[in-house]
Design a protein around this ligand. Structure first.
Ligand code: RI2
Length: 309
């Protein structure tokens, strides 16, 4: 397997590259680079190697469908090319287009989402979502005076990245441990989180603990917004496929020898939040209700969504 594919998949798997949007862009770019530097013989060889590269990339993290969508966008149409050169050029330009459009989507979400934030709002966010942080930072950039509470997000503590980013942007930010969520909800006006995957019926799959934010928000009638580019919508869920919830190594939770050997440690890194707890999903195509995900998906993908093998 080409170095670019091996290196990028490893960095995605070990979370050197993380965040659903970033892994999608990294995966698509790696496939584009692979195509650009391909020095094989025939078109058939290229298509077979491209398929292996795409499979390897997609398998590096199982939950975020953004990675699948990014890689699929990069390889789309290659099998219809009439020469090796045409196929390589197509994959390279597909990858470039995906990276550009996905970055643009994050900016569009920021400007749409910022409209939901009012002067004086206190916001709660979870983990480290560039889409959610884009919204919060855009509201601040527009001059709205806001406060943010950010969860630590054990075990990886992505909350440290979040509070650092917000503090460096000049935003009043407070770090809380994950179990403080229900307790701080009385201070919160709105919740903004990101997404790893959204199913066709509007279920959010996001960092473990998201569903407890949603429950606590529901209890206090605090609006709960999900910031998600539409490539986080999962076409497979239309057909009833379940989203695989990634479980990571126990070393992320306990140090060696910290607990007796017979203790089992369960480390799921995502959870699901039913659409009934979500007030709106902010996408680059506009703000939609969880119940509209299917329609948006079908509109965007057209007939191709039903071409699943
Ligand atoms: P953006 C992250 O997953 C978090 O769950 C975050 O909410 C989500 O990706 C979306 O992030 P991880 O890679 O695409 O930290 O909004 O496991 O940046």
């Amino acid at each position: 397997m080409a170095d670019i594919i091996e290196d990028t998949s490893r960095q995605i798997a070990d979370m050197t590259i993380r965040g659903a949007g970033k892994i999608a862009r990294a995966g698509a770019s790696a496939i584009g680079e692979f195509a650009g530097s391909y020095r094989g013989g025939s078109l058939e060889d290229f298509l077979a190697d491209l398929k292996s590269a795409a499979d390897r990339m997609i398998s590096s993290r199982p939950t975020a469908v953004s990675l699948w969508n990014g890689v699929q966008s990069a390889v789309r149409g290659a099998d219809g090319a009439s020469s090796l050169e045409e196929a390589r050029a197509l994959v390279e330009s597909n990858a470039r287009r995906f990276v550009e459009s996905s970055s643009k989507a994050v900016q569009t979400i920021a400007s749409i989402g910022a409209k939901r934030i009012r002067e004086g709002d206190t916001i709660l966010t979870h983990c480290n979502s560039s889409a959610a942080l884009g919204v919060i930072k855009e509201a601040h950039r527009q001059g709205k005076s806001i406060k943010v509470y950010a969860t630590e997000s054990r075990p990886w503590r992505q909350g440290i990245l979040t509070v650092t980013d917000l503090a460096e942007s000049g935003i009043d930010v407070t770090l809380v441990i994950d179990s403080a969520v229900r307790s701080v909800m009385k201070r919160i006006d709105k919740v903004f989180v990101g997404a790893d995957t959204i199913t066709s019926d509007g279920v959010l799959i996001n960092k473990i603990g998201t569903s407890q934010l949603a429950l606590a928000a529901e209890e206090r009638r605090v609006p709960f917004y999900v910031c998600a580019e539409t490539y986080k919508f999962s076409p497979m869920t239309i057909f009833g496929d379940m989203v695989t919830i990634e479980e990571r190594d126990i070393s992320e939770v306990v140090k060696p020898g910290e607990v007796p050997d017979q203790v089992k440690v369960f480390n799921p890194v995502f959870d699901s939040t039913p659409g009934k707890y979500i007030d709106a999903i902010i996408t680059e195509a506009g703000m939609i209700s969880p119940g509209s995900v299917y329609d948006v998906m079908v509109r965007q993908l057209g007939g191709s969504v039903f071409a699943k093998e």
